[in-house]
Design a protein around this ligand. Structure first.
Ligand SMILES: [Zn+2]
Length: 115
């Protein structure tokens, strides 16, 4: 489907022309890189463009951030849990949070076992 921007002069740089296309973008989140393909009309001169909203792409990005947050939380929880096991610090709420997390993200059990 053609966007309304296809063939228009670029309003950002006023030099280039916008063309429909697909662009691969990478986004960084807490040191993790997410790569996705976005559709839109992009300038052939300045690299700016208008991106079509893509629900699947948006969902993938949110899932990615969720998983990064979850692994980060699992990391913290694993630390807290080992401190708890060694009796240095009682942190019951952390353990409860850990179980909630595993309930939501069963794949995290892999992280815990290997650590
Ligand atoms: Zn431009």
């Amino acid at each position: 489907m053609e966007t309304k921007w296809n063939g228009q002069a670029c309003p950002m740089c006023r030099v280039g022309t916008l063309h429909d296309g697909i662009k691969t973008i990478t986004q960084d989140y807490k040191g993790h890189t997410f790569t996705s393909e976005i559709q839109g009309a992009f300038c052939n001169s300045c690299d700016e463009g208008f991106v079509e909203f893509d629900e699947a792409e948006e969902t993938a990005w949110l899932d990615f951030r969720d998983l990064v947050d979850a692994s980060e939380a699992a990391e913290l929880a694993r630390d807290a849990l080992s401190r708890y096991e060694r009796g240095k610090k009682r942190s019951v709420s952390t353990v409860i949070n850990l179980f909630r997390l595993i309930d939501r993200h069963p794949e995290l059990l892999g992280y815990l076992k290997t650590g």
